[in-house]
Design a protein around this ligand. Structure first.
Ligand code: UVW
Length: 319
């Protein structure tokens, strides 16, 4: 293939659906607009027992957190602790109160997090047609703050693809499509309705935490893979948000072309679907398998990082 024939995202997605301008020229929350108050009430109405599951992964673990290649794990430092009072560095407050304080530093995407819609782009243009130069020195367009102010709440559907395929965890580079999601839902006895928030379990984050998979130079996650039909399906179903237990919500390379993170372009940049990544779904999935109920109220909000590209989150799923 000559350089001029080389496949690019611009060529691959030339005819793909695009929602720029659909919610106005200034929109920075994209498909979250589908989560109207009616959708929030609908999600709440799916709650039966009031049992909640938190979906955030621990960060700054002693074992070392799994992070996407090129990033490094969050670090946690104790600034004040009992030892500091014992060695005279700190002194009790008037009245005798002592305290522990700490400092955490790391990538916005180092643990469970929501991505800003402007987090990834091609052709010098972000979500809704904003210029890529608006990322310089901090996100002045399509950063995480508008998503953090809005919040994400609605009917969540867990799709346990790993269990559906009869394995604890998908293989490296294993792919699936929207048709598999529909089949999985059918097997689970749940319906993917328009405007459902999709939670997809591959078992991958659990396998990384257990040391059964590792992040290295040849890293290639399992996950959804691009096709024009898949993008049309997400658009027609008005999926507001995609949540997975992988580091980047899709298979790392598109098998047909070798292009990387195609769905970040097709779903996030073009359709405004908000990604939440690195969700811990194993406990929820085990519970859903036990009671055969795969829907519930899903809600989360990233932290408000000024001009940030993403924000840590600890989503809740209430059954
Ligand atoms: C990458 O940037 C690779 O993934 P994420 O969407 O987590 O930020």
């Amino acid at each position: 293939m000559s350089a001029t024939d080389a496949m690019t995202l611009k060529r691959l997605l030339a005819d793909a659906p695009n929602r720029w301008g659909h919610w106005g020229a200034d929109d920075e929350i994209g498909a979250l607009n589908y989560l109207t108050p009616e959708q929030v009430m609908y999600g709440l109405a799916s709650v039966r027992q009031g049992r909640s599951f938190t979906l955030g992964v621990p960060i700054a673990t002693h074992e070392g957190d799994a992070v996407f290649p090129g990033r490094w794990p969050a670090k946690h430092f104790m600034v004040a602790d009992k030892a500091g009072f014992e060695n005279g560095h700190w002194h009790p407050l008037p009245g005798g109160l002592e305290f522990a304080d700490d400092y955490v530093t790391g990538f916005a995407q180092a643990g469970t997090h929501c991505d800003a819609l402007g987090h990834m782009w091609f052709d010098d243009t972000l979500w809704n047609g904003f210029a890529a130069s608006s990322t310089n020195g901090g996100m002045t367009k399509a950063g995480i703050i508008p998503i953090a102010e809005r919040g994400i709440a609605g009917r969540g559907v867990l799709l346990d693809i790993a269990r559906f395929r009869g394995k604890p965890v998908l293989d490296r580079a294993e792919t699936f499509t929207h048709l598999d999601l529909v089949e999985c839902a059918r097997a689970q006895g749940v319906e993917i309705l328009p405007r459902s928030i999709l939670l997809i379990r591959t078992g991958w984050v659990g396998a990384l935490a257990a040391g059964l998979q590792r992040v290295g130079e040849d890293y290639w996650e399992p996950g959804l893979t691009f096709s024009p039909d898949l993008v049309r399906w997400f658009d027609e179903m008005q999926i507001p948000s995609l949540v997975t237990d992988t580091l980047a919500n899709e298979t790392t390379y598109e098998p047909g072309t070798g292009l990387m993170l195609v769905l970040h372009a097709a779903l996030m940049r073009n359709l405004g679907i908000v990604f939440t990544e690195m969700a811990a779904l194993d406990a929820l999935a085990a519970d859903c398998a036990a009671d055969r109920r795969y829907e519930g109220f899903y809600c989360t909000a990233p932290i408000k990082v000024s001009k940030g590209t993403g924000g840590a989150a600890n989503p809740l799923f209430i059954k």
